[in-house]
Design a protein around this ligand. Structure first.
Ligand SMILES: Nc1ncnc2c1ncn2[C@@H]1O[C@H](COP(=O)(O)OP(=O)(O)O)[C@@H](O)[C@H]1O
Ligand SMILES: [Mg+2]
Length: 271
């Protein structure tokens, strides 16, 4: 059986004043059904570009080499209409900032309903029922009442839950989460991570979890791709990458994870 997602030699090129530049170069990874793969790297390393390429959200011609197969089917070169069907129904993405992805003028219930109705033939009432269930599934209390509220009436963490509900409402096979917890404070971040891990387990959705924070990956991913300046510096099982990182850059990322048992050397202790 083929992998759920197979990205091969993905290269993304942007024109600049100094000529074309590869912002992502020869990146390859796979995501199995029911698996979470982490993509980690500092800001600007090409994580979002890679995610957007999978979703077909880059300008035409930006992907200059490689292959992206979802469930064995090549996505590159497909038309916008086809990609619109793929998005939401087969692959969904959530972003760092849920406020910019939600429409402030519509209730969250309506936005989830619309997402559902864009892909499924059904009436208003059925869609409303599905939306309320989706809100319940992501742990929004009183989902029936909350469905009638607007995005600004939710906290940052709850808005991210709403985004997750919207992303999963059509039961996609693949979920790409691009720094979904970066804008949240640490406690809420942990709650959202647990929710994503639980939903992943319950639904069997394959997940790509993008972050600049290797510590976050350790709790959620089975495999890890480390990116730097558009290139893939390391790719392996989470165990492998954490236990014996091959690349100096990965070791540096690992060393920057604070540990509870860390003891500061005497000369670094400041008060
Ligand atoms: N519209 C654009 N034109 C040219 N280069 C871009 C554009 N958008 C982003 N980049 C460059 O692409 C690289 C990768 O960006 P991105 O994928 O957003 O990084 P990450 O998500 O890892 O922080 C960065 O070096 C960035 O400067
Ligand atoms: Mg990014």
């Amino acid at each position: 059986m083929s992998e759920l997602l197979a990205v091969e030699d993905l290269t993304i090129t942007f024109p600049t004043g100094r000529g074309p530049v590869d912002v992502v170069k020869d990146v390859s990874f796979t995501v199995g059904r029911n698996e979470t793969v982490g993509i980690v790297g500092e800001s600007g390393s090409g994580k979002s570009m890679t995610s957007l390429a999978v979703m077909g959200l880059l300008p035409r011609g930006a992907v200059t080499r490689g292959s992206i197969r979802l469930d064995g089917v090549e996505l590159l070169g497909r038309g916008e209409g086809e990609m619109r069907r793929v998005r939401g129904e087969q692959a969904s993405m959530i972003f760092q900032d849920p406020l910019s992805s939600l429409n402030p003028y519509y209730t969250v219930g309506l936005q989830i309903e619309e997402m559902y109705r864009a892909h499924r033939r059904c009436g208003r009432q059925e869609a409303r029922k599905v939306a309320v269930e989706a809100l319940a599934q992501v742990g929004i209390p009183e989902p029936e009442r909350r469905a009638g509220h607007y995005p600004h009436q939710f906290s940052g963490g709850q808005r991210q839950r709403v985004m997750i509900a919207m992303a999963l409402v059509c039961s996609p096979k693949l979920l790409i989460a691009d720094e979904p917890t970066t804008a949240l404070d640490v406690t809420v971040q942990a709650q959202i991570l647990r929710l994503l891990a639980d939903l992943q387990r319950e639904t069997g959705t394959g997940m790509v979890f993008v972050t600049h924070d290797l510590a976050v990956i350790s709790s959620i991913a089975t495999r890890v791709l480390v990116m730097r300046r558009g290139e893939q510096v390391e790719y392996g099982t989470a165990e492998q990458v954490f236990a014996e990182p091959r690349h100096a850059y990965t070791r540096m990322l690992l060393e920057s994870i604070p540990r509870i048992d860390d003891e500061l050397p005497a000369d670094e202790v400041t008060s």
